[in-house]
Each structure stands twice: as C-alpha cells, then as structure tokens.
Write a protein that binds this ligand. Structure first.
Ligand code: PLP
Length: 332
C-alpha cells in the first residue's frame, strides 16, 4: 500500500541508482565495530551527492507545473546549487542561483561549475539587508514579468517534496540489506538543511524498521533541526495523505560543526586526510568530513555501543575540497 503510493509520486530519473554499500574494513577494525558506507557521492559526476535524489522529485513537480526556470539558493560553494544548475542544463531548462557571500568569491569549486553549466547567478551579501527569500521572490517576479514560468526550489531541496528522495533511499537501503545479508542498527548522515535526515527518519518510521537514525549537525543545532525536520516530515506525510507524526524521536548530535558552517579546522582536515589514507575515500570538508569525524569520535566514546552495524551515508561534496586545498596542504 505504502510502496504503491510512493511509486505514484511524480519523479524524473537523474541519479545513477542504487549507489553501492560496502564495509570500511580498516576503520571497522580500528573501532571494533562494523562501519559501512553508502556512496551517495556516486549518484553522478555533475550531479554527485545527495541533492540529486531530492531534485528528482522537486524538478518533476516543476515540469508538471510547466516551469522553464529553476531558481534556488545556497552558499557560494553550495553543492545543491551546482546540482540544480547541472540538472537544468541536462533538461534544457534555465537555472538562476542566489549565492550568499561574505567576501568577493574566487571562481573555483562548485562556483566555477555553476558558471560552466550556464546558470544565471546573483551574489547576495550574507550580512546585507535583503534576505535570500526576498531576493528569490524578486527574481521570480522579474521572470514572470517576462512571461517565463519560474519554479522555486528551497535551500537544499529540503521540503515535503524533496523529502521523497531520501524516503526512497531508505527503501533502497532496505533492499540492499537483504542482498548483503546485513541489518544496519544505525544510519548516520550529515545534517545541513534537514532533508536527508527527514527522509531517512520517515522511511524508518513508515517501514517500522526501528533503526537509530542519527544526524550530525554541521550548522545550527539540535533544536533548530528538531523544528525544521518536524515540519518537513509532516509536509511529506500530508502529501501521502497520512496524519502528522505526533511522537517524533529525532536523534541529532551537536558538537562537530567546529568553527561554523563551511569553515574548517586543521584537525578536521587532518581527519579527512587520515581517512583518505586508511580507506581510499575522499570526504568533503563542509559535511561528510565533519559528520564522519562525529561518528568516529562518538563510537570511541561509546554512544553507539548498542549498535553492531552502522551505515554512514557519504552525501558527496568533494568539489568543496578544492577551495580548501591550500589549508589541506598545510596539514599533510
Ligand atoms: C547538502 C549536503 C548535506 C546535507 O544534507 P541536508 O539534506 O541538506 O541536511 C550533506 N552532505 C553534502 C555533501 C551536502 O551537499
């Protein structure tokens, strides 16, 4: 019944799915616990990472409404903005990105790619008087005046619709558990705008799997995400014609955002390099590096003592490493 309902939600195909899951042998040996990774950084090259799973649903909605311009926002190195620009190019749509800046940006990493994908870009001073939503509305209105049909995708595509991305990723994980003959006791992801967490949480709830779904916050804090994810989860339930979730049991871990969103500390970069040397995988400095550092530290502290198999979602973001290459070189 539920799977049928989910299969009826409008979706376009953008990501290469399913993404692989395999154990991190060396880290597992070191921690005395089975740590597995799901490579959602393999969803594609241009649209790599978690946002493309959500965009499959957001853009389906946009197309249904006859949109010809996708408008979205993010930080200057936003993976979500880059994925949206790439998807728009593939589908023959226009994209317009509102990117928040604190200083003049260098043309590198995702910001370089945004321009290559032909996105229109509006830079917005993060300390200025105009809010992101005001700017987006102003841009959308200008397109409407021109006779175009803009569609606004919220930051991170984290709303009720985008949430189907990770609700379906949860189904993908259930199928992979069966194939691999393993049951994950916990699933851990980085939390930045809340959509990845909300989807996994709701999947766990609707399919009654009783896993621990853990979000490591890389900005804001627990209280913020409890509110944000509460709203997203109920929006999705409403789209499914289900009643709101009355007893949310979210698990967020604070303490690993370091100096703040998208700012790196030497120990975080050193950790990313250690994991690269130990497992041959590249984590990103903004999300997965901090989140995996969180998981690693919390396993050592005993927070996951009741869990045998833990699945970490690699949500992508590798292009964000290049703007930090100088800082990374210093810790090697
Ligand atoms: C956006 C992003 C996240 C955070 O996911 P949310 O759904 O926004 O919480 C994690 N990792 C990467 C690489 C991202 O780009």
């Amino acid at each position: 019944m539920l799977t049928e309902k989910l299969d009826q939600i409008d979706r376009i195909s953008l990501a290469s799915l399913p993404t692989p899951i395999y154990p991190l042998k060396n880290v597992s040996r070191e921690l005395g616990k089975s740590i597995w990774i799901k490579r959602d950084d393999f969803t594609g090259v241009e649209m790599s990472g978690n946002k493309v799973r959500k965009l499959e649903f957001s853009i389906a909605q946009a197309l249904k409404e006859g949109a010809d311009v996708l408008i979205t926002a993010g930080g200057i190195q936003s993976n979500h903005a880059r994925a949206t620009a790439a998807a728009a190019a593939r589908l023959g749509l226009c994209s317009h990105l509102v990117l928040e800046i604190s200083k003049d940006p260098d043309t590198e990493g995702n910001y370089l790619l945004d321009q290559m994908f032909g996105a229109k870009i509006t830079l917005l001073d993060e300390n200025g008087d105009v809010s992101v939503s005001e700017k987006i509305e102003e841009i959308a209105e200008a397109y409407r005046q021109e006779g175009k049909k803009p569609y606004i995708i919220p930051v991170g595509a984290s709303n009720g619709i985008g949430n189907f991305g990770y609700l379906n990723a949860f189904r993908e994980i259930m199928a992979q558990e069966e194939k691999l003959g393993v049951t994950f006791d916990a699933i851990v992801c980085a939390t930045g705008s809340g959509g990845t967490y909300s989807g996994l949480y709701l999947g766990n709830k609707l399919f009654d799997r009783k896993k621990k779904i853990v979000g490591v916050t890389v900005c804001y804090n627990k209280d913020h995400f409890t509110e944000v994810c509460g709203t997203i989860v109920n929006e999705t339930l409403s789209l499914l014609g289900e009643s709101p979730d009355e007893d949310k049991d979210f698990t967020f871990i604070d303490g690993y955002k370091g100096l703040g969103y998208a700012i790196s500390k030497p120990d975080e970069l050193r950790f990313i390099a250690d994991i690269a040397a130990k497992e041959g995988i590249i984590l990103d400095p903004v999300y997965t590096g901090k989140a995996f550092y969180g998981l690693y530290s919390e396993v050592k502290k005993g927070t996951f003592d009741s869990c045998e198999n833990i699945l970490f979602i690699h949500t992508g973001g590798q292009y964000g490493l290049f703007p930090k290459q100088g800082q990374m070189a210093e810790v090697l």
